[in-house]
Structure formats: C-alpha cells, structure tokens
Design a protein. Structure first.
Length: 188
C-alpha cells in the first residue's frame, strides 16, 4: 500500500469493488458533463407469433368449460388427512424408514469396530454397499409407510399392510391415469 490517504469515495468501497460502482455514495465533480439517462427497456410480448389454430381452439374450449361451471372446489377441511390416519402413516413411516436407515448408519460403526479390533478385514466396498442398501431401503420405506397404512378412519389395517398397499397403490395409479387423460383431453 502506498502511504497516501484514500479518497472519501475509496473508503466506502468494499475490497475488490470497482471504483464508481456505488451509486449515490460519491458525488460527481461539478464540472463533469451530465451523463445521459440509460435507455428504457420496453417489454416484449412473450410469444410474438399469433396463436395457432390449436391454441385458439384450446382457449375456446377452456372458456366454454368456465362458462358451463368449473369443477367442484374442495375446502381445506375436506382435503385434510384425518388425524387418526395421519398418526397411522407417521408410525408406519418411522418403522419402515427408521429401522433400515438406522441399520445403514450402524453398518459404518460396526464395520469400523470390526476392522479396528481385528475380528475380520472387511473391504471398504462391503461396508459402503451395506450402508447404501440400508439407506436405500429407508427411502423406499417412506413411500411404503404412507401407502401401507389404512386410509379408512375406522379400520386400523394389518401389521405389514400388504392389502392396504395394494388398495392404496391402485387408487394412486387410477388417479394418475385420470389426470393424464384429463391433460390429454385438454391438449387436443
């Protein structure tokens, strides 16, 4: 650094900040010519092309659907998962996700303990695969925990929830198909 004192504008700058980048901090010299205002940007339309025949027909069909009456809107209370079913799902998710995930993390500790105590020489790949297997099963357990719970408030369901899984997975697939069919109807 040189022994010269820094100008007032330089003291306000952050390190490595270019000079003059702070607006309003340093006043321009009085004899400096006034800089012209930056040109204003004009908003361009997102789609400069006119709508195609297919787009016009889709807009017309959407307008007719709105005029006939929109599908029924459900309230937040109607869409909410009942508290009994919610607790059931959380318990199953904790079991089907927590146990494999815990085993996945424990495999690191057990593998280290076995190698350090000289019980056996485990290859690092074996410990890695065991831990990834447990963590992967934990991820699958989250989904299985939700789908294997009984979604009926009065029925607690079975221990493993295989029948409930089939029922709930079937419901989910049918709603996917319905949504896909509705999308294809709207697009054509």
């Amino acid at each position: 650094m040189s022994g010269e004192p820094a100008a007032k504008g330089d003291r306000d700058r952050l390190p490595f900040e270019p000079k003059g980048s702070r607006k309003g901090k340093a006043a321009a010299p009085k004899d400096a010519p006034e800089s012209p205002a930056p040109p204003k940007l004009q908003a361009r339309p997102l789609n400069p092309l006119p709508p195609s025949k297919k787009q016009r027909e889709a807009e017309k069909a959407a307008a007719e659907t709105r005029d006939r009456g929109a599908p029924r809107r459900y309230s937040r209370e109607e869409m909410a998962i009942p508290e009994v079913v919610n607790r059931r799902m959380v318990k199953r998710m904790a079991a089907f996700c927590g146990i494999p995930t815990g085993l996945g993390f424990a495999s690191f500790i057990v593998g280290y303990w076995i190698n350090v105590n000289g019980i056996a020489e485990l290859p690092n790949v074996a410990v890695l695969l065991a831990s990834l297997g447990g963590l992967g099963l934990g991820v699958l357990g989250l989904s299985y925990g939700v789908l294997s719970a009984s979604w009926e408030e009065d029925e607690p369901g079975s221990l493993l929830g295989l029948a409930e899984f089939r029922t709930n997975f079937g419901r989910m697939r049918s709603s996917w198909r319905d949504a896909q069919a509705a999308r294809s109807r709207n697009n054509s």
